[in-house]
Write a protein that binds this ligand. Sequence first.
Ligand code: NAD
Ligand code: UD1
Length: 338
Amino acid sequence: MKSTILLTGGAGYIGSHAYLALVDAGYHVLILDNFCNSRPDVIDRLGRITGKPVDHIEGDIRDAGFLSRVFADHRIDAVVHFAALKSVGESVVKPLEYFDVNVGGLVTLLGVMNAAGCKRMVFSSSATVYGIPDKTPTPETAERRAMNPYGQTKIDGEEMLEWLQASDPSWAVGILRYFNPAGAHASGLIGEDPRGTPNNLMPYIAEVAIGQRPEIAVFGQDYGTVDGTGVRDYIHVDDLGHGHVLSLAKLLETGQGHLANLGTGRGYSVLEVIAAYARAAGCELPHRIVDRRPGDVPVYCARTDVAADLLGFKARHTLDDMCESSWHWTQSSLSDGA
Ligand code: NAD
Ligand code: UD1
């Protein structure tokens, strides 16, 4: 019988792509989202892509009564937990909201899962837990250091899950630390959909390419990198989705938890990303060097051997794939008013 997976935050950027990967792998998936950072029409779009109805339920992970009813009404075998707030800058301004959703919401969800006897979870963590790493490519054994409230909530989540597994070995959690997710599904129907001014590089470039913004501000050209600009390990969101399928399969098969980076192991500078996007969009992308962004890290790059050895994970998509699919999504979302 097919396992049933509760996908929290399944209408969001990474969650919607993971939905497709999980359905493709044969799981029955129930999306739970409160749409605080996504649009309800993502559900219809997922249905258009799969050609099947999408099981979903609107609600908040902080609502224990609601969650208990979801677990009473469905036989859930595992949870893939994406629902969280994710803006670093906003977390500095509103730390309590970040702790409430990212830590409080996780406590509530785990309590309900425990009571229901559902003890398998894949957890969205982030390379941000490494702070400014001593070493790149960065291994999973590197020290965790919070640079801001958002990063602290991910460290708190990881530690809570580790203590939970230590207290009760029948729990098994896959903690996945994503590097820089980018790109979109080939259909052009789903993708990253930031509200207001994008904080992250790729969606900002997309808005310059489509003519919504005049130029890209490049944050510093005096780092000790290939061309002086910041280097990141960009990973295609479809590869991330596949990583979740592998993590989940491992948990269900072995009953053992794991912790792995999800990246490509290869970093690209800001100027290299702009050049790749310009190729994809077939136009010049105006940019200007400005001061460093406070708190920025010179280089983030993943050690990928744990994900490869433990999960059999290898990112398949290139930076060009990420730019081309992002461009396709940007054009189609503009033309159909998404
Ligand atoms: P997103 O904002 O697009 O998706 C998160 C989804 O969770 C949204 O649909 C939102 O409506 C939902 N949600 C938020 N709070 C909720 C609540 N209280 N109850 C129910 N639903 C709620 O973000 P994303 O980029 O898809 O990120 C998904 C996960 O991956 C997050 O945990 C994030 O911290 C983590 N992550 C993201 C990145 C990144 O760069 N995008 C990098 C590393 C880790
Ligand atoms: C951001 C988050 C981090 C999160 C990661 C993945 C911050 C401070 N950190 O980091 O917590 O885990 O995304 O989602 O927000 N850049 C420009 N101009 C821009 C935007 C970015 O030059 O307009 C540069 C940055 O200086 C950096 C690179 O592009 O060198 C990537 O930036 P960004 O997309 O914001 O990702 P991270 O800095 O890795």
